[in-house]
Each structure stands twice: as structure tokens, then as C-alpha cells.
Design a protein around this ligand. Structure first.
Ligand code: MG
Length: 425
């Protein structure tokens, strides 16, 4: 183990430290299913936190479908994923569904494409959602739409295809048949981006999908939707029980990966009371199980699931005029966003990633070389932590360390990289 003086000498004379600002998509790459998890491209477990827009066909809230909304949510809320919920056949308040002929198609492309482009520009993921309760009745339109989107945007790792929002009473067999037809069209243009498939009964029966998952194509995840005030408990038949079964590989289940493309802090109607306790339980469940999620919903309707106060529009969002659910969800997304800050170092000519910065309890190191040891020194020069490792991806857990700034030294084969990192509460 080198002394602090040796560390300091190395820091001053021998070592190069580079810090890069990376976007979320730069960091995680093409989201990839590994067993029962949606992971980063390199297989790292993640739980992305973001927001879903309201139905694109509700004319009174479609003014949220613009770059200003995405930019604010990315900059101020630190969302890593945004969902464009594109309505297919319903329409109200002067809106149009995608299946309403050429006018409806253009109406929705004019709303969805600016969201896609803004997400790409901001370096966050975008879920392109076929927001329908009977998508199998619009198979022709779904193939046309996803063919167009995958051809135009499929080279971007940002794009996640959600091909059937919420079936209701359709069987899993019928949903699977629909899904395989749409997936074939997407895969002809885009061999690798994540595709997310809805599951029976409002995307609550992920267990049924797990008994007979799609095997003809790869990189497929399955949709789980919940509303915290309605879907409580862990007993048999509860939604968390369904999720656990779906992710398991016993009793006929095949360990599928889940993505919560929509969840609410309120009742399943999108209204009713905001339930903080049950929302916390769900958020911890998703974090513990590496499940990414988008909250319903970005809008200012008179519904308690909306994050913006009634009638305040995008200006209300930007000015922080938020509902109780909006205040809560923003805080939770910000908490999870900490894990998205990564510092890049160079050691022995190789990239070494350190994250999250700042860190709370655990600091992770990711590299392609063996790390011999990790040392933390306080700003007065006192060594406060040292660990010998022989791993490429060591992590250190030090919850009791006093908050503040430290010099982190990572040592490999006699070379060292140093950087200042911050421990937070
Ligand atoms: Mg691709």
C-alpha cells in the first residue's frame, strides 16, 4: 500500500485524470436484457427513473408534447427516460388518434417526433408507446408506425419501442401473436434496441407472459403497470407477487425482464388520493429488482396523477407549480438520478469509471483492468479507507464515513489515478 505522500506525488507527477460530462445514454448505451433484468449495454444493473407524458390525443394537454417539456424534465428533474404515450384510436378534447386517417397520423407524429428528437438531443431514453387497449385491432397501423420509427431512429440507442400499452381482456397468446408481427417489422430495421411488450389485464399479469415468453426475437422486456394506492400488498395475486413470479425461473416461469413504463402514486383511475407510503414501497421494490420506471403523468388535467397544477401548462411545469404527487415524484427521481453521475479516469492507458459521484453508501469502480487497491484519504492527508482487491469492478461500501470531500486513489500494477470525490448523506 502506498502512503499518502506517494499518492500525492503520483497525483502531481505521473497520473492523468480526466473528467467527462456524459449523458445517460452515453453512459449506459443500448439497453440490453440479461436474464430477468434490463441492464446497460455492458450488463450493469440499472433502474432508470423518468416520466410518461399524458395521452397524445387529449387535445387539452398535448401542449406538453414539445422540447421545452423534455429539456426541463431532463435538466431540473434529472429524468433518464421520457415516454411519449401515443393514442391510437381514442380521441377527446379536440385531439386525433393515430389511426384517424392521414390527419390523425400527422397530428400524432407532430407531437411524438419532437419528443424523440429532444430526448436524443438531451441524451436520455425515450419510450415510443403505442398507447392502446386493443392494439390487435390496429395491427396494420402499428406495423406502419413502428416500421417508420425504427427506420428513421433505430440507430439511436435512445429509442425504446413499447408496442402495446395495456391489453385488457386479451389472452397472452393473442397478445404474443400481435407482438411477434410488430417485432418482425422493427427487427428488419433495427436489430438491437429494447422492445417492451404489454401483458394481460392492464399490463398487470407479467406472470402469464413469463410462462410462455417470446423466444423468436431477442432483447424483449415486458410491461408491468401499477397504481400505488390501488395495488398494495405482497400476498398471492398481488402485483408484486406477479412480478416476483415473472422474474423467477421455477414452477414454469422463465425469468423475464420487466419495465414499468407507467406507474402512479394514486388510484388506478389516475385519480384519488396520492399515497406516499405505498409509493415508497413500490419504488424500493423497483430499485431492489433493477426495474426501470416512468411515472404517469406529465400533464395539468384535473387528475391527481398529473404532476402540474390544473390548467398551468408547460409554464407551470417550468415554474414548479406542481401537485403533491408532482413534488413527491420529482424528489424520488432526483434521488435516483445520483447514480447517473459518472467520473472517467485514465489508468494505465485504460478508462476507469467511478460512480456514483457524489456517492452515499457505496462507490463503484468499473474498468477493463485489474484494480489492486482503492484508497480514500481525507483532505488533511489522513488515510480513512483502504481495500485490496483483485477485481476489474470493485465496489466499496462505507455508510459510516463522514460526509465531505475525499481523494480517491485507484491503483493498478504500480500505476495510480486520483480524483476528489464527495460523500453525501
Ligand atoms: Mg439499434
Amino acid at each position: 500500500m502506498k502512503t499518502f505522500t506517494q499518492n500525492l506525488l503520483c497525483a502531481l507527477v505521473l497520473c492523468t485524470t480526466i473528467t467527462n460530462a456524459q449523458t445517460v445514454v452515453d453512459t449506459y448505451g443500448n439497453l440490453t436484457v440479461n436474464g430477468n433484468r434490463v441492464t446497460s449495454e455492458t450488463g450493469e444493473e440499472i433502474s432508470l427513473a423518468g416520466m410518461s407524458l399524458f395521452w397524445s390525443i387529449a387535445g387539452d394537454v398535448t401542449n406538453f408534447y414539445n422540447a421545452q417539456t423534455v429539456n426541463h424534465l431532463a435538466d431540473d428533474w434529472k429524468i433518464s427516460v421520457i415516454r411519449a404515450a401515443m393514442g391510437v384510436n381514442e380521441s377527446w378534447d379536440g385531439g386525433n388518434g393515430y389511426a384517424d386517417g392521414a390527419v390523425g397520423r400527422q397530428y400524432n407524429l407532430d407531437r411524438v417526433e419532437p419528443i424523440i428528437q429532444a430526448a436524443i438531443d438531451k441524451g436520455i431514453y425515450v419510450i415510443v408507446d403505442w398507447h392502446s387497449h386493443d392494439a390487435e385491432n390496429y395491427l396494420t397501423e402499428a406495423k406502419e408506425f413502428f416500421g417508420y420509427i425504427s427506420d428513421k431512429y433505430g440507430d439511436n440507442d435512445h429509442i425504446l419501442y413499447e408496442i402495446y400499452n395495456e391489453p385488457i381482456n386479451q389472452s397472452w397468446a393473442d397478445i404474443k401473436t400481435y407482438a411477434e408481427e410488430v417485432i418482425a417489422v422493427i427487427r428488419a430495421n433495427d436489430p438491437d434496441n429494447l422492445i417492451i411488450v404489454g401483458t394481460p389485464f392492464y399490463s398487470q399479469r407479467v406472470d402469464q407472459a413469463s410462462q410462455n415468453p417470446i423466444t423468436a426475437y431477442s432483447n424483449i422486456a415486458y410491461t408491468l403497470h401499477f397504481y400505488a394506492a390501488s395495488h398494495t400488498g405482497d400476498g398471492p395475486g398481488s402485483l408484486r407477487d406477479n412480478a416476483r413470479k415473472a422474474m423467477s425461473t421455477t414452477d414454469g416461469y422463465n425469468g423475464i425482464a420487466l419495465f414499468v413504463t407507467e406507474w402512479g402514486t394514486v388510484e388506478a383511475s389516475g385519480n384519488g388520493g396520492f399515497n406516499e407510503t405505498e409509493s415508497n414501497t413500490w419504488i424500493n421494490f423497483m430499485k431492489d429488482n433493477g426495474i426501470s420506471h416512468a411515472n404517469w403523468t406529465v400533464g395539468d388535467k384535473n387528475e391527481s396523477s398529473c404532476v402540474v397544477n390544473n390548467g398551468m401548462g408547460v409554464t407551470g411545469l417550468v415554474n414548479g407549480q406542481l401537485t403533491p404527487s408532482g413534488v413527491y415524484v420529482r424528489g424520488k427521481i432526483l434521488e435516483q438520478a445520483v447514480t447517473l453521475s459518472i467520473e472517467d479516469l485514465t489508468l494505465a492507458g485504460k478508462e476507469v469509471k467511478v460512480y456514483p459521484v457524489p456517492f452515499k453508501d457505496t462507490l463503484k469502480i468499473s474498468s477493463t483492468i485489474h484494480i489492486d487497491s482503492v484508497v480514500l484519504t481525507d483532505m488533511s492527508g489522513k488515510e480513512v479507507f483502504a481495500k485490496e482487491t483483485n477485481e476489474m469492478n470493485p465496489s466499496i461500501t462505507i455508510p459510516d464515513l463522514v460526509t465531505g470531500n475525499y481523494i480517491l486513489s485507484i491503483i493498478s500494477n504500480g500505476e495510480m489515478a486520483n480524483t476528489v470525490i464527495t460523500k453525501i448523506k
